[in-house]
Write a protein that binds this ligand. Structure first.
Ligand SMILES: [Zn+2]
Length: 445
């Protein structure tokens, strides 16, 4: 057993229970005790002194494009559409080795910022690019986090009014067959799954109406979740209104893309009625505040979505639009942006932590086993060191985490196994990952 004691604990359970000085006990991959004071004497095993630390559930990243770790720093001052047009030809050079290096780096960065579960949306499959999904699955295993790999797709190239060049898109049948194969080979439906697959046509402006519709049918036939980008920019809304005579949210609903098995990246530009529909249908939102800020796309209505009852999780988005790629800081950004949009009471520090943990678990359909520290749940947790210069003396440990700099991770457990200890990766060699990333970025240039 692993026994963490003397730590502040934010359980993020339904009552928001917190302990000023408490214990968490993991037996194998499962939590068996969480409470105030020292651990009961019946629990024996390895003890971790959590003095000066805060324990939270492991953070859950709900939107990413890990391959973009090999293309950071391009088009630093562009709009989304101009940024995409500059990056598409670069992404055409992607192969499985580059994807593995980029994903290893991105996952390492996430683990070092408190993240234990990562949703990745991968939609670039160059014809000579090798087995992209296998490269991602391998990186997930190497770093030791849980992966929700969204098998993305694009079938609408320039010649069909889409944004990407034709050579970067698949045809509809290949996209659907590749997606079904990814589910058959890699998807694990068990509660302690390390790898799950979801279905993810990229966005309305890169995918045909038919692929959006048939992808949803495929996902529901296979019993997996659905993910896509939606309502990220005003450019997208204008194009959608001109082409389909409806907003992106109305388009999504028409094609079967609202529901409690769907989570949507960004959802920045939603009318009040669309916010209500997201809540009524239980559709999740992957809120990516840093990426939205870098591309100047607007501020998502996180507070409104929470009030409507929609699950809202946090995401770093691809590192080509968020060069930092750390999830801890998204708690901070989400809080700042929500208050800039809705005033000082728009989002509390606890709401921000909820989005980064339980909100993400709900988006991914993992609320039964992840997202909070409660007996019976999987032992995925972060022990944040609040003892250094950056946080010493901050009265409220959750405020220290959300309002302060991202603390060093003293311990990160995934299924009870150590991924990070004392701010260092323990599953793989960070220097090797860094060197591979440098080589991969050079090959993409
Ligand atoms: Zn994205």
């Amino acid at each position: 057993m692993r026994i963490i004691e003397n730590a502040a604990i934010a359980t993020v359970d339904a009552r928001g229970t917190e302990y000023r000085s408490g214990h968490v006990v993991a037996d194998g991959e499962v939590l068996v005790a969480v409470g105030e004071g020292p651990a009961p004497a019946q629990y024996t095993g390895t003890r971790v002194d959590g003095s000066g630390c805060l324990v939270t559930p492991g953070l859950i990243n709900t939107h990413h494009h890990l391959y973009q770790w090999a293309t950071r720093g391009y088009a630093p001052d562009s709009t989304l559409f101009d940024w995409l047009v500059e990056l598409y030809p670069v992404w055409g050079r992607l192969d499985a080795e580059i994807t593995h290096a980029a994903a290893s780096a991105g996952l390492a960065r996430l683990a070092l910022t408190g993240c234990t579960t990562v949703a990745d949306h991968h939609y670039v499959f160059p014809r000579e690019g090798g087995d992209q999904l296998a490269a991602l699955v391998s990186a997930v295993g190497r770093v030791g986090v849980r992966g929700h790999l969204v098998r993305g797709s694009m079938d609408r190239g320039e010649s069909h009014g889409g944004l990407p060049p034709d050579h970067l898109v698949e045809d509809l049948d290949a996209a659907l067959a590749g997606t079904e194969a990814a589910i058959d080979v890699h998807h694990d439906p068990s509660p302690d799954a390390r790898v799950r697959i979801a279905v993810g046509p990229c966005s309305p402006f890169t995918v045909t109406e038919r692929l959006m519709t048939e992808a949803a049918v495929l996902a529901r036939r296979k019993g997996v979740r659905l993910h896509t980008h939606l309502a990220e920019t005003l450019d997208e809304e204008r194009q959608c209104l001109a082409e389909f005579g409806c907003t992106p949210a109305e388009y999504a609903e028409k094609l079967g893309w609202l529901g409690d098995d769907v989570w949507l990246a960004h959802t920045v530009h939603l009318a009040d009625d669309a916010v209500r529909r997201m809540g009524a249908t239980g559709t999740g939102s992957a809120h990516c505040p840093t990426s939205n800020g870098r591309l100047g796309t607007g501020i998502a209505p996180a507070r409104g979505l929470l009030d409507a009852g929609a699950p809202v999780g946090l995401g770093v988005d691809g590192a080509a639009s968020n060069e930092s790629g750390g999830l801890g800081e998204e708690l901070h950004q989400a809080l700042l942006q929500a208050r800039q949009r809705g005033g000082p009471e728009a989002l509390t520090t606890r709401h921000a932590l909820w989005m980064g943990t339980m909100g993400g678990a709900r988006c991914l359909g993992r609320e039964g086993e992840l997202g909070s520290l409660e007996p019976g749940k999987l032992a995925d947790l972060a022990v944040w060191d609040l003892g250094g210069l950056r946080h010493a003396g901050i009265d409220d440990p959750v405020a220290a985490l959300v309002l302060g700099a991202t603390p060093e991770v003293k311990l990160l457990l995934v299924g009870g196994e150590t991924v990070v200890a004392d701010g260092r990766l323990r599953t793989t060699d960070e220097a090797a990952v860094t060197a591979e990333l440098g080589a991969a970025s050079g090959r993409m240039r």
